[in-house]
Design a protein around this ligand. Sequence first.
Ligand SMILES: N[C@@H](CCC(=O)N[C@@H](CS)C(=O)NCC(=O)O)C(=O)O
Length: 227
Amino acid sequence: MSSNTVESDITPLPTMTIHDFPKGPYPTRVRIALAEKDLQSRVEFVMVDLYKGEHKKAEFIAQKNYSGTLPVLELDDGTCIAECTAITEYLDALDGTPTLTGRTPLEKGVIHMMSKRAELELLDAISVYFHHATPGLGPDVETYQNPEWGYRQRDKALRGMPYFNDVLKQQSFVAGEAFSMADITVIGGLVFAAIVKLPVPAECEALLAWYARMRERPSVRNQPAFA
Ligand SMILES: N[C@@H](CCC(=O)N[C@@H](CS)C(=O)NCC(=O)O)C(=O)O
């Protein structure tokens, strides 16, 4: 080896593939996590067209994600990790400093609880509304719709907004005093709320102020969902 060649003894981390729909609320969660962890350059993004139902094709279900949703993280050895929470936990653990999902048992517990709550009370509820009570991804993809269930979930999400407003009156971030996966999940919820035209009520001042702050973060403001 010549003296001016730099030989690293650090094993390069493998590249990863994200099966993605860039403006989708759930893929946006993983994209924010990647940006927070400075991992974007390690990832190849492969577009899966939700409106063409590519995520419901038998091959995708069999090989990438049984649940037929995006995003999916695929590792070099073929392992596929679906579910934003699971993908974020994986990415966050890679550098041994899990800032997004919690360093201590207490942080982990509270962040997981608040992120799950943001899914249950906001993001997933809006998703059900989108798929059941709006045209959703179109008639070829939305083969079963139950509008009543969709409207119930819309109303649940509308109750979730004041709840997170109350949380954010008490603390700077959704799970306490630091940015975490729980903030990312609420951001996903508000991205989806904008898509389905469910505005955050003006009286939810703390939630709106928090969202304005979140949208100033480079990891958030540079996402295709905000373009
Ligand atoms: N629980 C899943 C939900 C993922 C999800 O619903 N993703 C949307 C993309 S924004 C999707 O694939 N929707 C298509 C469908 O449900 O048909 C997660 O957290 O990753």
